[in-house]
Unconditional design. Structure first.
Lengths: 152, 759
């Protein structure tokens, strides 16, 4: 199977029905996308496919046609992504397990809507569960990232 | 530990039998420093919490599990404050499994005493319990006890290391110790010259620490008492592989388990033909333990990747036996109700003469109510998992655990190797909430590792396996009765709480040869120990015999007792036409800390200003884990259901070492509690848990999350915890708000069974 992940073309030997999540984690060695539910109910596994936020646990590798970006691929190698910076400034993570998925959701949200309201955030991010309840900080960080983006 | 456990025994978290049998020798002995065995070239250690290398890298070892509550920041700060190193410069490591990292505060807090009970007898009980924590080498993260336990120990560790380094600098420079200063990992001589800790460490580690050392007073603190950026934020914002599930080792295999969904039941037979046909599946093995064990029968599928293992467990056909409890929720609740009716509980509170007070009570002055709560799952975000390797008589376990020394002894036993040859590599935890104080996931990994010929194997549970094989928060039924006096205040309260015993369940799994004795005070924690003065006041805890695995769930008994008592007091206030807050203030007038948080929260929420139509507020208070918490919740009726719009919380934990972390912990606890009230319940049919994933056992989502305002007060005399105390009052505060909004008194959780919430 051929795959483009974080800008690199790769080839992996895998059963075509394997969800993208497990191919990324077990075969490509990218541990950023997390396993939470396996049924697209929690968002922990969120990656981008051609920029669209996608639950990687629920798409088979054979159905992946676009370029895949994981949290490991959103910074340019030197600098963190604006959203990550905002996450750190607003001290969002608690246990941290849901946060790769939250950040990938937030990055996509800000691409489509550079200046989201609380309602926009609530609506777009409600598929991303956080058992630690870091939601107030997630809202703050997304709005902070929006201002950082304008400044940048 | 095993020997001590077999000889003595304690517990119930209560009875301290054997406590007296521990001689001074055992109490005073010190455990060896576990870091000494693993030092690398150029590295020295001063105590179990500090390592320094010659290039001046200072590593602080954190002895507790990091599950989001910030211990890798706050506990490190305790050491750093005294050692004089900057938080930005230190390296943090999770400590290995070792008895040296025993937690004595958790057991001390487990004594059957109200937090505010500071009598001599109470202090004797607390110190025996805490001595027991030391003797058992109880390295456990729980009971919101991490800071209380670490406060002196870790500051002393930093202080001792600092003074030893100064002693060395004095010997090398000829300058008297009193004239030396320390700052940012350096000793500073009067002429401004500096010697780094790295330069001094090797010589210093050979010296005995000076005896007349003094820890700093709070007024001298530079780090503690203020909010410090968390040390784990970068890793957690970049998807770093820090969790148990992220472990990757050369030649690693993957596995998943499928245990009897009738919890604790046996496996009659299994057929692995189909499973073995799946590409990537290597083997299917029976991992049923010995007869006396409580985990039940089951299989593991070993594969070359996680997905094949998951497909494999779904393809194995198994014939399961029945479980040791009634097959339906109704049947289970009947057992609890029967126990409640039979009475005969342990009265951890029994003031005045309750029977007499009700005997001659006029009917219209008596109010009665019955409340119910369901079983609940922990549903940590990261499903249960552990990685194990058994090779050449050595066992290695990688996992996120709240109880590393228990994992070590149990897994050593599983694999038939010595504890000395068993090594626990603790990872960060994707949520704990009590679930990762259990050892099933690690034991299963050790069991599977016996069949992989020395190869490491990562055993990951599916979410379905995790949700249906939890150690649940137990269901409970509770009767409350009050006699109301002429001024509307209760003159008598009688509360009876029936539920299966968590301590008995945990003991049966962890130490099957022992039976707990004495009352299980987790049953009434949060009810018997509240700062209310009522002339005749009894709270009774009744153990109900239901053999479903149950365990410590964030705030344990407080998670339901708070709901029972605080809903009931709201009912009493309503009946008496008293303002619920005014009534509480009168009942708690002997406890200024309680009065302080209640007044504070009333002010934050503008309680005295009437709400407009379509909105309402509810109030509740719970003292748990030494933290005094008052909350007000405001709900609004929308076209799409009831929405929780605001939460105000005032909490007093005494001195707050990191106010920002304390606040987020309370916030987290509140959301955890509200999540349960909004719709969580674990139900049984045909002996099996019906909820299997987040689609049927969900939690609060961001669009349901209220605006939260949390204030930390620091007036309490004794240090409290922060991880759990947000949870208990959130549930009744919401129930009371829903009552104020709709007129519906909902006495059974979750509230969503009777009203619709915005989702
Ligand atoms: S793991 Fe993919 S949505 Fe939960
Ligand atoms: S930070 Fe723990 S689940 Fe979100």
């Amino acid at each position: 199977m051929k795959l483009n992940v974080n800008g690199k073309d790769i080839e992996i030997d895998v059963e075509p029905d394997m969800p993208l999540l497990w191919a990324l984690r077990d075969l490509v060695g990218l541990k950023g996308p997390k396993f939470g539910c396996g049924i697209a109910a929690c968002g922990a596994c969120t990656v981008h496919i051609d920029g669209e936020p996608t639950r990687s646990c629920s798409i088979a590798i054979e159905d992946v046609t676009g370029a895949v970006t994981t949290i490991e691929g959103i910074s340019n190698g030197k600098d963190l992504h604006t959203v990550q910076k905002a996450w750190i400034e607003k001290q969002v993570p608690q246990c941290g397990y849901c946060q790769s998925g939250q950040i990938m959701g937030a990055v996509a949200l800000l691409e489509n809507n550079p200046n989201p309201t609380d309602e926009d955030i609530d609506e777009t991010m409600s598929g991303n569960l956080c058992r630690c309840g870091s939601y107030p900080q997630i809202r703050e960080a997304i709005k902070h990232a929006a201002t950082l983006k304008v400044e940048a | 530990m095993g020997k001590i456990l077999r000889r003595t025994f304690l517990i119930g978290t209560a009875a301290i039998a054997g406590g007296v049998a521990f001689g001074a020798y055992q109490l005073n002995k010190t455990y060896p420093n576990p870091l000494e065995d693993d030092l690398v070239e150029g590295e020295t250690t001063f105590n179990p919490y500090v390592k320094i290398t010659s290039d001046n890298t200072v590593t602080i070892l954190v002895p507790r599990a990091e599950m989001g509550q910030g211990v890798t920041t706050t506990l490190a700060a305790l050491v750093a404050e005294e050692l004089d190193v900057d938080m930005a410069d230190i390296k943090i490591e999770i400590a290995p499994a070792s008895y040296a990292y025993y937690n004595s505060a958790m057991l001390a807090d487990g004594a059957p005493l109200a937090h505010y009970n500071r009598s001599t007898m109470a202090s004797v009980m607390r110190s025996s319990m805490s001595g027991l924590g030391k003797i058992l080498g109880f390295q456990v993260t729980g009971g919101s006890s991490s800071v209380a336990d670490a406060y002196d120990k870790l500051r002393l560790a930093g202080c001792t290391a600092r003074e030893t380094l100064k002693l060395t600098a004095s010997a090398e420079s000829g300058v008297a110790i009193a004239e030396l200063k320390t700052e940012s990992g350096k000793v500073i001589l009067p002429d401004g010259k500096t010697l780094t800790y790295g330069e001094l460490a090797e010589a210093a580690a050979k010296l005995d620490p000076p005896s007349d050392i003094k820890m700093r007073s709070a007024s001298e603190w530079k780090i503690l008492g203020k909010s410090t950026p968390r040390t784990d934020t970068l890793a957690k914002s970049t998807g770093a592989p820090i969790f148990g599930i992220d472990v990757e080792l050369p030649d690693m295999l993957y596995a998943s388990v499928k245990m009897n969904p009738r919890l604790g039941g046996k496996m009659r037979s299994f057929d692995a033909t189909e499973a073995k046909k799946i590409k990537g599946v290597v083997d299917v093995i029976d991992i049923t333990g010995p007869e006396e064990e409580k985990f039940g029968g089951g299989v593991a599928v070993i594969a070359t990747n996680t997905w094949s293992a998951f497909k494999g467990v779904n393809a194995v056909k198994v014939e399961w036996d029945k479980g040791p409890y009634p097959a339906t929720t109704d049947g289970i609740m009947d057992v609890i109700e029967t126990a409640l009716k039979a009475g005969n509980g342990d009265n951890l509170r029994d003031d005045g003469d309750v029977a007499l007070a009700f005997a001659d009570a006029p009917r219209d002055k008596v109010i009665e109510a019955q409340y119910r709560v369901p079983y609940l799952a922990h549903s940590t975000m990261e499903p249960m998992n552990a990685t194990a390797q058994l090779k050449d008589g050595r066992l290695d376990i990688w996992t996120g655990t709240q109880a590393p020394t228990v994992v070590r002894s149990d897994c050593a036993y599983e694999a038939g190797v010595e504890e000395e040859n068993t090594f626990i590599h603790s990872t960060y935890l994707g949520g704990g909430f009590g679930r990762r104080g259990e050892v099933d996931f690690a034991r299963f990994a050790a069991r599977v590792a016996k069949s992989t010929n020395g190869k490491p194997v990562k055993v990951i549970w599916t979410r379905e396996e995790d949700m249906t094989h939890d150690t649940y928060r137990p269901a409970s039924i509770s009767n409350w009765k009050a006699r109301i006096g002429d001024d509307g205040l209760p003159v008598a309260i009688d509360g009876q709480i029936a539920t299966p015993s968590i301590v008995a369940s945990v003991m049966a799994r962890t130490f099957p040869s022992l039976s707990p004795i004495g009352p299980d005070n987790t049953i009434t924690h949060g009810a018997f120990d509240q700062p209310y003065t009522v002339e005749n006041y009894r709270v009774s805890g009744i153990k109900a015999p239901v053999d479903i695995p149950i365990g410590f769930w964030r705030s344990v008994g407080n998670s339901y007792t708070g709901f029972f008592q605080e809903s009931f007091l709201d009912e009493v206030a309503n009946k008496s036409n008293l303002d619920p807050i005014e009534m509480r203030l009168k009942l708690m007038k002997d406890h200024p800390t309680a009065v302080g948080v209640v007044k504070k929260v009333a002010e934050m929420a503008n309680w005295s200003t009437p709400t407009t139509k379509g909105r309402a507020k509810g109030f509740a208070f719970t003292l748990s884990f030494g933290c005094w918490v008052a909350q007000i919740i405001e709900v609004v009726q929308t076209d799409d259901g009831i929405k929780i719009e605001n939460v105000w919380c005032a909490a007093d934990i005494g001195e707050a070492l990191d106010p920002a972390i304390v606040k987020t912990q309370l916030q987290s606890g509140i959301i955890y509690g509200l999540s349960s009230a909004l719709g969580q319940e674990i139900t049984f049919t045909d002996g099996m848990v019906e909820q299997t994933n987040f689609d049927s056992f969900d939690a609060m989502r961001i669009n349901q999350c209220p605006t939260m305002e949390i204030e930390i007060l620091e007036n309490a005399d004794h240090r409290g915890g922060a991880g759990e105390p947000g949870t208990p009052p959130s549930i009744p505060a919401l129930a009371n708000a829903v009552h104020a909004l709709t007129g519906k008194r909902i006495r059974s959780m979750p509230l969503s069974n009777e009203v619709e919430f915005y989702s």
